[in-house]
Write a protein that binds this ligand. Sequence first.
Ligand code: PXG
Length: 296
Amino acid sequence: MPEGVVYIDGEFVSPNDAKISVFDHGLLYGDGVFEGIRFYNGRIFKLAEHVDRLFASAEKIGLTVPCSKEEFAQLVLKTTAKSGLHDGYLRPLVTRGSGDLGLDPRKSKKSSIVIICSTINLYGSKHETGLNAIVASVRRTPPSSLNPNIKSLNYLNNILAKSEANVKGADEAIILDQEGYVAEASADNIFAVKGGVVYTPPTVTNLVGITRGTILDISKGTYETRVERFKVDFLLKADEVFITGTGGEVAGVVEIDGQKIGVGVPGPVTKDLQKKYFALVRSTGVPIPSAGNNGH
Ligand code: PXG
């Protein structure tokens, strides 16, 4: 059983007792939105940005979050405090709530708030050695069908890509948009470094990642940055490729479809940005109230 604590609609329970109805439209239809947040050293990294994105996702699907942003942030802090963890992972979700069968959202009378506070380990030691990736055959759902900036409970497009990577023995999948431009990885944004310039695609076809934004900010102090579209051949000829995400943090990609990127190890720009990112996440963020002082 995972460690941590779970908030569900007004109650804090242990992960073992964290249950929702099978009639919840989040389960039945993927009708809901979520966030993935990390906390380090007793501080929640970019809490306000994650709460803003959660509310923006909810608004895009006409889902009313049954509290204010400020109250939501306080709930996240309180849940984290109750977990007793200092480093870990938060998964807030807002689902349409339970309702009769039938996908009409009006069947659910009240949305549900769930906040899971636990731990996550995505790439482990691969941060040092780098990841190998494949280019998925499945393309990213086009923005005209589903806005990629709705962080919704529908992740099958990404899961199909990830499963393809699993079958091929790769760590990650790079997903292309409908026109063949590089969109993102299964749960991360993607960057390339060439001639000392840091490139990442615009977010028309991918999530406006909070880690992506942080890395662009950090990069600007040292490197030229360019937000522009590119295809796979650009990645294959790049000096370095890396991916960014709350879960995956900053991880070098050293091989794509069996072809080495650069010299086949995480490059100096990736390592520099990784180091600066880890320093930032460990020294900034909203302090988690101490366990004794979280209840009132
Ligand atoms: N693209 C997609 C499709 C994502 O789901 C990112 C990019 C990176 O965004 P952030 O804001 O995290 O830099 C994501 C983020 C998980 C997990 O449980 C998934 C994400 C984040 C944290 C954990 O697999 N997705």
